[in-house]
Design a protein. Structure first.
Length: 395
């Protein structure tokens, strides 16, 4: 068991009436002029954006709006937000949307407080010392950005998708109303649950086998997400199941499921290159990569994969054949992905075969031209990354 510090300062307002708290919460954290940051048309069509703005204005707060955030949020939008905040004297940023909007807001919040180029933080050239305070109204449970210390931004110049973590980027508050997720399309719902589960699995697949309570929490999150996704795909307005998924997204990425363990994160890093190159949905990309990663690394700790197979996927443990049990767990995960409409390889994700040149380009970026390894469960060299991508390229 590793020593650890657990830090999760975000105040959560959860439930059907939670949105009514937005003005009080912004003022509690010293907001006066608020950038309301959002994505596409859904926040507008649903009436949520108008409701939030009205509640803020009724609470005596001034608002500035910036929409247009897309999945795999772009650096160009971050630059636009930084300029707008400086021009308007914004002192608080409120995100209305999912992880892409929250991540974009995090980048804006540190960029406003920095004299240099905000991309410096993502390429490791600088470390942010200050952020504008932020809160969010979550509408898409998936990324967990509402309670995490991280954000991921795509730089269109070179199709670079890079994450940055800083405790100063944590939201002051997160408003979560499960009813706001009723209209999510099935594919987006399934991709979101895949992302939630992978945030847990990245921490779960570890060589630290002596933190049984953390493992049990992680397994409970994974089993609950598996059960609830089928419920909401059948009945999108099932409040109980939607609520479990929404809260699961936060628990999966606020570090609770990683206390005392060393996370891996190779699957996320490999997927970042997929979604940067093909603009694929992040959760679906994770599903397309994970089985190939799992088969490539499982022998590093067969017992951990056996535990996953038995405790999460419901595989019967064949004590005479641990490797067989481990592989059955991976196969069961593939069947689960297919059952909720997720891909299990790259051709299924992008709708065609991937070329050798495209694989080489992803390896180059993921490994920083061979200078950076990925992962902890098995440390992956550029050659390892290429093998995993090539395995994932098979139908």
């Amino acid at each position: 068991m590793k020593d650890f510090t657990y830090y999760a300062p975000t105040e959560v307002a959860f439930g059907k009436s939670s949105e009514e708290e937005v003005a009080r919460l912004v003022k509690k954290y010293d907001g006066h002029k608020v950038l309301v940051h959002y994505g596409g048309g859904s926040a507008v069509r649903s009436g949520l954006l108008d409701k939030i703005c009205s509640l803020l204005e009724e609470g005596g707060l001034r608002t500035v709006l910036l929409g247009g955030v897309v999945p795999n949020p772009r650096l160009s939008k971050v630059h636009e937000g930084i300029a707008l905040c400086r021009k308007e004297g914004v002192d608080f940023i409120l995100s209305v949307g999912g992880g892409s909007v929250i991540d974009s807001a995090k980048a804006i919040a540190c960029g406003v407080c920095y004299e240099g180029e905000v991309w410096d933080f993502y390429i490791g050239k600088a470390d942010a010392q200050a952020y504008l305070p932020m809160g969010c109204v979550l509408t898409i449970p998936a990324a967990g950005s509402e309670m995490s210390d991280s954000s991921v931004i795509t730089n269109e110049d070179g199709d670079l998708k890079i994450g940055y973590s800083n405790n100063l980027s944590r939201q002051k508050f997160a408003i979560m109303n499960p009813e706001r997720t009723y209209t999510l399309p099935p594919y987006q719902t399934a991709a979101g649950v895949t992302d939630i589960m992978m945030h847990t699995m990245e921490r779960y697949f570890s060589h630290d086998d002596d933190m049984s309570l953390t493992d049990a929490v992680a397994e409970a999150v994974l089993r609950t997400m598996k059960d609830c996704i089928f419920t909401v795909l059948k009945d999108p307005r099932d409040y109980r199941a939607r609520a479990q998924i929404m809260w699961g997204g936060s628990l999966a990425h606020n570090d609770l499921t990683g206390c005392g363990t060393t996370g891996d994160w190779a699957t996320h890093q490999l997927e970042h290159e997929l979604s940067a190159l093909f603009d694929a949905t992040h959760g679906a990309g994770l599903a397309a990569v994970w089985p190939s990663w799992a088969r490539y690394v499982y022998r590093e700790n067969v017992g951990r994969f056996v535990r996953f197979a038995v405790n999460v996927m419901g595989v019967t443990n064949d004590y005479t054949d641990p490797e067989g049990t481990a592989l059955k767990g991976i196969e069961a995960m593939e069947r689960f992905y297919h059952s909720i409409g997720m891909p299990v390889n790259i051709p299924e994700l992008i709708g065609r075969d991937i070329t050798d040149a495209e694989i080489d380009e992803m390896v180059r970026k993921c490994s920083l031209d061979g200078t950076r390894a990925q992962g902890q469960f098995k440390v992956l060299t550029a050659r390892d990354m290429q093998c995993i991508y090539r395995n994932a390229a098979r139908r």
